[in-house]
Design a protein around this ligand. Structure first.
Ligand code: 13P
Length: 284
């Protein structure tokens, strides 16, 4: 078992009426926790890395770590390029063995977004790499990508149809009121818009910014047609809060093999909870 594309996983989720959770990874420990937990729960899983993560950890290291996790747990894993904006960057990473990519041209005008995405799709499909693209814009911060609320834009259902037809993408990330990072107040999601996009399109739909969205809202999104749920911030908070707490209790601690363990346990609980909310347990 090696790194696979997310195409089959997401189609299966679409047929089965559940979502595949996509967790953002940063290092060996995040990969270990996520894959081990997904294997225990027999859940499909996507490991997502932003450009910042790949430059921090090194593409070669991340590919090998994720591949080894797939071999160890005898399960297919999609290592996914999250919010990548550069075609040449995607090309290089796909050539190094990654088979699931998001090209984020959502900051461009419609035609320019289509042009960029279409080129990426043509390249990626030759390498059996699935492509996700975004139409509309989420507010909040994902690594170096910052979008303030006034520049956020919800996805237009008719534009989504045209975008899918003209680009040939495998999945579409939509903007319906979620944001990257935690929320100042409870998000109000546009479920009607999601329902309309679902009715008019037939490829898997992706919900970004799931950290801090109430479980019942995520479940409703899945009922209405979301098949991939992205989680980053809640994992980071769980990890760092647990490590901070450990240092408060053990101010003289200096061994990473000790102080990282509570961080891993805290992340595991989040991974378990998100797998349950996605309805992906037992779907491997
Ligand atoms: P959160 O950090 O809000 O969970 O968003 C994650 C995400 O959408 C990654 O693309």
């Amino acid at each position: 078992m090696f790194l696979v594309s997310s195409r089959e996983m997401l189609f299966k989720a679409q047929l089965g009426g559940y979502a595949v959770p996509a967790f953002n990874i940063h290092n060996l420990e995040t990969v270990q926790v996520i894959v081990e937990t997904a294997a225990e729960m027999r859940s499909p899983v996507i490991l997502a890395g932003t450009p910042g993560t790949f430059s921090y950890a090194g593409t070669d290291y991340l590919v090998q770590i994720c591949r080894q996790a797939a071999v160890k747990h005898k399960m297919p894993i999609a290592l996914h390029l999250d919010h990548h904006e550069s075609f040449s960057d995607i090309q290089a990473k796909v050539e190094s063995g990654i088979k699931s990519a998001m090209i984020d041209g959502s900051h461009f005008e419609f035609e320019q977004n289509i042009e960029l995405v279409r080129n990426v799709v043509q390249f990626c499909h030759k390498w059996d790499c699935s492509v996700e693209a975004e139409l509309g814009r989420l507010s909040g911060q994902e690594d170096d990508l910052i979008v303030d609320e006034k520049n956020a834009l919800y996805t237009d259902p008719d534009a989504a149809v045209e975008f899918i037809n003209r680009t040939g993408i495998d999945s579409l990330a939509i903007a319906i009121g979620t944001a990257h990072g935690m929320y100042k107040e409870e998000p109000k999601l546009d479920f009607d818009r999601l329902g309309e996009i679902r009715c008019k399109t037939d490829i898997p739909l992706v919900l970004h910014g799931a950290s801090g969205v109430p479980d019942e809202d995520v479940r409703r999104c899945i009922e209405l047609g979301i098949n991939k749920v992205n989680v980053a911030t809640e994992l980071k908070i769980a990890f760092s809060d647990a490590v901070k707490h450990y240092f408060i209790e053990n101010p003289k601690a200096n061994d990473p093999r000790h102080y990282i363990i509570p961080g891993k346990h805290a992340m595991k609980e989040i991974v378990q909870q998100k797998i349950r909310v996605c309805g992906s347990e037992g779907k491997l």
